[in-house]
Design a protein around this ligand. Sequence first.
Ligand code: AP5
Length: 213
Amino acid sequence: MGARRFILLGPPGAGKGTQSALLVESLSIPQVSTGDLLRAARKAGTDLGRKAQLFMDQGHLVPDDLVLSLVEERLSRDDAKGGYILDGFPRNLAQADALDSRGIVVECVVNVDVPFEILVGRIAGRRVCQGCGATYHATNSPPRTEGVCDACSGSVGQRKDDDAAVVESRLKVYASETAPLIDFYKKRGILRDVNGLGSTESVYQAVLAALGS
Ligand code: AP5
């Protein structure tokens, strides 16, 4: 079988990261999350990471040239040769055009749909391991011991940009910059809508069905 490339599209808190982690297991292709790549660059203190921080902390998109350089490097690695799940990328029409201009053909775009009022609660309760990045929710799916990651015993806390004021900005940016991609990929006939409400497992089954897997 040829390389399988998918995009998970959806607003902040829709569950893209949660679903990607499950898909990595079942499809044996890596998750390429631009949010994770940017956070890793920040943590490593690279020049790109420092520049990106200013935008991320305000809930704005990081400039395309910075994001594209990270994505290009990531997709050139050996483990991406058999395909990948793009999580949080593309995030605007210019980024979608950049994929096209590089000849990258995407099989399917899964649009995870969750009402805005639910997103706010999900993001407010999100807890993330500072060590391995595992995602929890304070009430829906907490770690066994508060503040301690089940997987790596790392420290579990809130993401800096999950602060209420920043979330408001991220949701606005999603509506103006990212939501137009829904029509963009619908016109191409590769968009599949998935209801992101319900248990993680039921959403996962819907995502698999949308991917035809
Ligand atoms: P990024 O890290 O991509 O954040 P995001 O798109 O805002 O998405 P989130 O990580 O908030 O949500 P998610 O959909 O992954 O939800 P999750 O699975 O965690 O981007 C961060 C920043 O980086 C951006 O603001 C921007 O500055 C920059 N950036 C990133 N990519 C960029 C790009 N391409 N271009 C420019 N800038 C870029 O779930 C959320 C919570 O809900 C969790 O607690 C989870 O446990 C819970 N949950 C999940 N599923 C369910 C369910 N079914 N039921 C109940 N709870 C659930």
